[in-house]
Design a protein around this ligand. Structure first.
Ligand code: HEC
Ligand code: HEC
Ligand code: HEC
Ligand code: HEC
Ligand code: HEC
Ligand code: HEC
Length: 344
C-alpha cells in the first residue's frame, strides 16, 4: 500500500479505478505531503468500510457511520473518540488484529488488553454473576447486542441468478432485495447476532474440498463446542451464498472472475468456469449445479453503552436472544446449570 492512503489528513488523496494504483493526476501531491499525520478512522475505513460491494456490506460492524459515531453506536469510537489503532496497536507498521477470513495476522487484539478479566464489581451478587458468565462467553456477546444499525449489510447472495443490470426487486425499511450482475442479493439492517462457540480458530474450506449439495456448507466455521473449555459463545454475522459447484466432482467452482472475459462482465458460468478451473488446477466435468454455503464474520465493533448491554432477562427471559439448545445445552442453563460443574 502507498503511504498516503493511511497518512493523508486532507481527505483529498484519491485514485481512479483501473489506474494500477496510481494517484489521480489532478492532485497537488506536494500540498498533501506537507500535511501528513497519523491515521484517522477515515483512513482505515477507506478500505475496511467498503468491502463486499458497498458501505458496511461485508462485515456489518464496519461502516462509514464509524467516522463520527454516536456513543450509542460505539462507546470507544463515539464517546471516547478512539482511533482504530488505539485498539489495533501498531508497531513498525505491524497492525495487530486477526481477521475471521484471512490467514494473515500481525498479533491479536482483545477487550482484555485494556479491561480486567473480571470487569464487573464482584461485591454485588448480580455483577459477580456477570463475571462468572465470562467463563462461557466473550465480552462481545453481551456488549455488542446489535449490528448494521444504520447501514444495510449483505446477508444473502445467489450466484445462480445473475442479471445484466442492478434493479430493486423489493424494499422495506430493514430489507432490500436486488438483482445485480453479481447475483441476486439481500441486504438487511437492524440485525441481532448469531451465536457460536469459538476457541480462537476458524476452519477453512480449501480449494477442492467436498460440498454438501443438498445442505449448507460452512466455509469458515468457528472451531469449538460446548465441551471445549477454551471455547466461548461469540457473536457473528452470517452470510449465506448460493454458489456454483461441479455437479460430478462435488466441489466449488473457481470461475474466472475479473476482466472483460470474466464472469462479472460476461455472466457466462460455463465458459468462465472452464477457464478458472484450468487456472486453479482443478478437474472440471463441465456439469454445473448450485449449492448453498455460509460464511461467518465475527462482530468486534459497536460496543454499546453499558446500560444497553445484554442482561439477565435478555437471555434467560421468554424472548431470550440465544437458542440454548442449538448451542448444546439441554435447556435454559439457569435451570439446567453451567456447562461444567463449578468445581471443575
Ligand atoms: C495501512 C496503513 C498504513 C500505511 C499504508 C502506512 N502507514 Fe505509517 N503508520 C500507520 C499507523 C497505524 C501508524 C502508527 C500510529 C499510532 O501508533 O498512532 C503509523 C506510523 C507511522 C510513522 C510514525 C512513527 C513510526 O515510526 O511509527 C511514520 C513516520 C510512518 N507511519 C510513515 C509511513 C510511510 C513512509 C509509509 C509508506 C512507506 C507508511 N507510513 C504507510 C499506518 C500506515
Ligand atoms: C488500502 C486498503 C487498506 C487500508 C487503508 C487499511 N487496510 Fe487493513 N487490510 C486491508 C486488506 C486488503 C486486508 C486483508 C489482508 C489479507 O487478507 O491478507 C487488511 C487486513 C486488516 C486486518 C486483519 C488482519 C489481517 O492481517 O488480515 C486488520 C485488523 C486491519 N487490516 C486493520 C487496519 C487498520 C487499523 C488500518 C488503518 C490504520 C487499515 N487496516 C488500513 C486493506 C487496508
Ligand atoms: C475498542 C477496540 C477496537 C477499535 C476502536 C477498533 N477495533 Fe477492529 N477489532 C477489535 C477487536 C477486539 C478485533 C478482533 C481481533 C482479534 O481477534 O485479534 C477487531 C477486528 C478487526 C478486523 C478483522 C475483522 C474480521 O473479523 O475479519 C478489522 C478489519 C478491523 N478490526 C478493523 C478496524 C477498523 C478499520 C477500525 C477503525 C474504524 C477498528 N477496527 C477499530 C477491536 C477494535
Ligand atoms: C453476561 C453478559 C456480560 C458479559 C459476558 C460481560 N459483560 Fe460487561 N457488562 C454487562 C452488563 C449488563 C453491564 C452493566 C452493569 C451495570 O449495570 O453496572 C456491564 C458493564 C461493563 C462495564 C462497565 C463497568 C462499570 O462499572 O462502569 C465494562 C467496562 C464491561 N462491562 C466490560 C466487559 C468486559 C471487558 C467483558 C469481558 C471480559 C465483559 N464486560 C463481559 C454484561 C456483560
Ligand atoms: C485500547 C483499550 C480498550 C480496548 C481494547 C477496549 N476497551 Fe472498552 N473501554 C476502554 C476505556 C479507556 C473505557 C472508558 C473507561 C471505562 O469505562 O473503563 C472503556 C469503556 C468500556 C465500557 C463502558 C462503556 C460505558 O457505557 O461507559 C464497556 C462496556 C467496554 N469498554 C467494553 C469493551 C469491550 C466489549 C471491548 C472489546 C470488544 C473493549 N471494551 C475493548 C478501553 C478499551
Ligand atoms: C448473553 C446471554 C446471558 C446473559 C446476559 C446472562 N446469562 Fe446467565 N447464562 C447464560 C449461559 C449461556 C449460561 C451457561 C454458562 C455455562 O455453561 O457456563 C448461563 C448460566 C446461568 C446460570 C446457571 C448457573 C448455575 O448456578 O448453575 C444462572 C443462575 C444464570 N445464568 C443467571 C444469570 C443472571 C442472574 C444474569 C444477569 C446478571 C445472567 N444470567 C445473564 C447466558 C446469559
Amino acid at each position: 500500500m502507498d503511504c498516503l492512503i493511511c497518512h493523508d489528513t486532507t481527505g483529498t488523496y484519491s485514485k481512479k479505478k483501473n489506474s494500477c494504483g496510481m494517484p489521480n493526476k489532478d492532485l497537488d501531491l506536494t500540498d498533501i505531503a506537507k500535511q501528513v499525520g497519523l491515521p484517522g478512522r477515515g483512513n482505515c475505513g477507506e478500505c475496511h468500510w467498503y468491502g463486499g460491494g458497498g458501505d458496511n456490506a461485508k462485515h456489518g460492524d464496519l461502516g462509514s457511520d464509524l467516522l463520527t459515531p454516536d456513543a450509542s453506536l460505539d462507546v470507544h469510537m463515539g464517546k471516547l473518540d478512539f482511533t482504530c489503532q488505539k485498539c489495533h496497536v501498531t508497531d513498525a507498521h505491524k497492525i495487530a488484529g486477526s481477521s475471521t477470513t484471512s490467514s494473515v495476522s500481525e498479533g491479536r487484539v482483545s477487550c482484555t488488553d485494556c479491561h480486567d478479566e473480571n470487569p464487573h464489581d464482584s461485591s454485588f451478587p448480580l455483577l459477580r454473576k456477570l463475571n462468572e458468565h465470562g467463563m462461557a462467553m466473550a465480552c462481545q456477546t453481551c456488549h455488542i447486542p446489535q449490528y448494521a444499525v444504520n447501514k444495510f449489510t449483505l446477508t444473502y447472495r445467489d450466484g445462480s441468478r445473475i442479471s445484466d443490470k442492478t434493479e430493486v426487486v423489493s424494499q422495506s425499511p430493514d430489507k432490500r432485495e436486488l438483482k445485480t450482475p453479481m447475483g441476486q442479493k439481500i441486504l438487511e439492517k437492524n440485525l441481532k447476532p448469531s451465536y457460536a462457540w469459538y476457541n480462537g480458530k476458524h476452519h477453512r474450506y480449501m480449494k477442492g474440498d467436498p460440498v454438501d449439495p443438498k445442505g449448507i456448507t460452512p466455509l469458515n466455521a468457528p472451531d469449538g463446542t460446548i465441551k471445549d473449555p477454551s471455547a466461548k459463545i461469540t457473536p457473528y454475522k452470517i452470510i449465506k451464498t448460493r454458489q456454483a459447484i461441479d455437479a460430478r466432482h462435488g466441489y466449488l467452482i473457481v470461475p474466472h472472475l475479473a476482466g472483460k472475459d470474466g464472469l462479472i462482465s460476461t455472466h457466462d458460468w460455463q465458459v468462465t468456469a472452464e477457464k478458472g478451473m484450468k487456472a486453479a488446477g482443478l478437474k472440471f466435468s463441465g456439469e454445473i449445479a448450485f449449492a448453498d454455503t455460509m460464511m461467518y464474520w465475527r462482530l468486534n465493533h459497536g460496543v454499546v453503552p453499558k446500560e444497553k448491554a445484554l442482561s439477565c432477562l435478555d437471555c434467560h427471559g421468554p424472548e431470550g436472544v440465544m437458542d440454548f439448545k442449538v448451542l448444546g445445552y439441554k435447556g435454559d442453563p439457569m435451570a439446567t446449570g453451567w456447562r461444567f460443574a463449578p468445581d471443575k
